[in-house]
Design a binder for this molecule. Structure first.
Ligand SMILES: NC(=O)c1ccc[n+]([C@@H]2O[C@H](COP(=O)([O-])OP(=O)(O)OC[C@H]3O[C@@H](n4cnc5c(N)ncnc54)[C@H](O)[C@@H]3O)[C@@H](O)[C@H]2O)c1
Length: 370
């Protein structure tokens, strides 16, 4: 496609998605297929924190469609009631009855204790995202991202919940210039946000060693997809640009546009959370895994891709030139993941590359963006 360069990657794109060279496609069921089959007959109770946000709402929706019981916990710091309503309305009535929502703050230990009652598996997503937010106001981010994390981890331990899967971040690679990023080699962190995510991983490791908890950290690499918030100062780049183009507003790129990222579609994240939530492989416990596709695209590539996909669907799209401005403090220059560890230990096989994900995300934004 025009202006779209195939990403530099360590996993070739096949017709159905990204598949490890070391693990060619097989006619056998994937690990994810096997889990979905098991879930049909095994109902567990999952606590999904941050369920009014982007990733959490997608996890809740998927789990409900798989006949699971789900408790959501969110304080609406950056999440929305309309995301919860959207999830409840999108699943069958019977599935919706398996959902309970607690409005509350993870910075409050009692709230975490209440949320942990009767739970089998935790998927902890609640946090204040954004590197710039953490630079401007580290204390507020710390309350959710570290105090809240430790509260939930402690409440889980006290409730004898072993499986604790949590959102970490590619930001912990910091100033390491190595590409692709391999889990055991990180650099100096560049922001308070990265300090918090790195400390989450340290706590999770220690709780595994001290209390035998089955903690698993997921280092998300620039996730995008339906329900990601396009608004506000800290919005992620894909929904922000889609929204700006749809509304004829200016689009800004921080730096020269050659900054690159491993943009990862939400369905891959759902798969990895379910794999991490159910794996019986002890090698996964106390570990952190890259959650990405193994691709790498620059911001200039990304802008061209978004414009191209929007033009196919929207008549008279206002075409503005992008405005380049200063690099942003705390940002990593290049980011691209090696995803072999996730593949080898829990069977992660991403189904969508950036191109496949973008088609689905843009359809959603055009239909649902209000
Ligand atoms: N989206 C990405 O690209 C990305 C990349 C790396 C890591 N992550 C991490 O993934 C997780 C989910 O991110 P997201 O993109 O869905 O963000 P989001 O802002 O859409 O969702 C986060 C949710 O957590 C809730 N929350 C925040 N603080 C809370 C608190 N103290 N108590 C209860 N709820 C609270 C918010 O209200 C929101 O609904 C976060 O931990 C984030 O740091 C995301």
């Amino acid at each position: 496609m025009e202006n779209y360069k195939k990403p530099v990657n360590n996993f070739p794109l096949l017709e159905v998605g990204w598949i490890s060279k070391a693990h060619p496609p097989s006619k056998n069921m994937t690990q994810f297929d096997k889990i979905l089959k098991t879930l049909k007959t095994t109902q567990k109770t999952w606590l999904v924190t941050g369920n009014a946000g982007f990733i959490g709402s997608n996890l809740v929706e998927f789990l409900l469609t798989q006949n699971q019981k789900v408790i959501g916990l969110d304080n609406f710091a950056t999440g929305y009631q309309h995301n919860i309503d959207d999830v409840v309305n999108s699943v069958a009535n019977q599935a919706a009855q398996n959902f309970t929502f607690i409005e509350g703050d993870i910075a409050d230990l009692k709230t975490c204790q209440q949320a942990c009652e009767g739970v089998d598996i935790i998927l902890h997503q609640a946090a204040l995202g954004s590197v710039p937010r953490s630079i401007e106001d580290p204390i507020t981010s710390h309350e959710s991202n570290l105090t809240g994390f430790l509260n939930l981890l402690t409440a889980a331990k006290d409730a004898n919940i072993k499986r604790f899967v949590y959102a970490s971040s590619s930001s912990i690679y910091g100033d390491s210039e190595e590409l692709p990023k391999v889990e055991e080699r990180t650099g100096n962190v560049l922001s308070p946000y990265a300090v918090m995510k790195k400390t989450n991983e340290l706590y999770a490791d220690v709780f595994k060693r001290l209390y035998g908890m089955e903690t698993i950290g997921l280092r998300y690499f620039n996730i995008f997809g339906r329900r990601q918030d396009p608004k506000g100062a800290y919005a992620a780049v894909i929904p922000k640009w889609v929204n700006a183009l749809l509304n004829g507003e200016d689009v800004f790129i921080n730096g020269d546009g050659e900054t690159s990222r491993d943009f990862t579609y939400i369905d891959n994240v759902i798969q990895m959370n379910l794999l991490a939530g159910t794996t019986q492989n002890e090698k996964a416990f106390g570990e952190a895994f890259n959650v990405a596709t193994g691709g790498r695209d620059t911001l200039n590539d990304l802008y061209a891709l978004i414009k191209k996909e929007l033009k196919k669907r929207v008549d008279n799209l206002a075409e503005k030139d992008v405005i380049y401005r200063d690099f942003r403090a705390g940002d990593i220059r290049h980011s691209n993941a090696n995803i072999s560890k996730a593949h080898d230990i829990v069977g992660y096989t991403p189904t969508h590359d950036i191109y496949q994900g973008m088609q689905a995300a843009i359809e959603w934004y055009i239909t649902d963006l209000k």
